[in-house]
Design a protein around this ligand. Structure first.
Ligand code: CMP
Length: 140
């Protein structure tokens, strides 16, 4: 088994409600190690670039507006099978479909205000990490 890294964002609905520590506890309790973390105010350009893949979706404008509405916490998480493990711990995108004990079941407000983002593949994890972190900022 090899260690993987994935990219995570604690979103504005969660930072606003002081849930950064509570969400990090769920991650850590499930074996995800936080190897880099920074609280930032995402710019419109950063949010547009990050969610470029959704540019044609009807919720794109709303998503960019939401992600820039309050600070977010960007993170790199490390574990064996980190991408899959993080997605399991986050739960389904829509909190109404999320399993008990997952971050989104516990904390998300709606499909848009769903508290956390996680990379959907190792390839995207590497691209997303590179958008926000320099190699030397990640200490595994
Ligand atoms: P995330 O994992 O950050 O990736 C894309 C985001 O788009 C997703 O989480 C949701 O927060 C958001 N999203 C997906 N579907 C909808 C929707 N129908 N309405 C609003 N936002 C959505």
């Amino acid at each position: 088994m090899t260690l993987e890294r994935t990219f995570s964002i604690i979103k504005p609905d969660a930072t606003k409600r002081n849930l950064t520590g509570a969400i990090n506890k769920v991650f850590e309790d499930n074996g995800l190690r936080i190897v880099a973390q920074r609280r930032i105010q995402m710019s419109e350009d950063q949010a547009k670039k990050f969610y470029e893949v959704h540019a044609e979706r009807p919720f794109y404008g709303e998503l960019v507006e939401f992600m820039t509405s309050e600070p977010v916490v960007v993170q790199v998480l490390e574990a064996e099978n980190a991408v899959a493990k993080h997605r399991e711990v986050m739960g389904a995108t829509n909190p109404e479909e999320a399993a008990d004990g997952t971050v989104r079941k516990l904390y998300a407000l709606s499909i848009g205000e769903n508290s956390v983002h996680g990379s959907d593949s190792l390839e995207n994890a590497n691209l997303e990490i590179a958008q926000f972190f320099k190699d030397e900022e990640i200490v595994g």
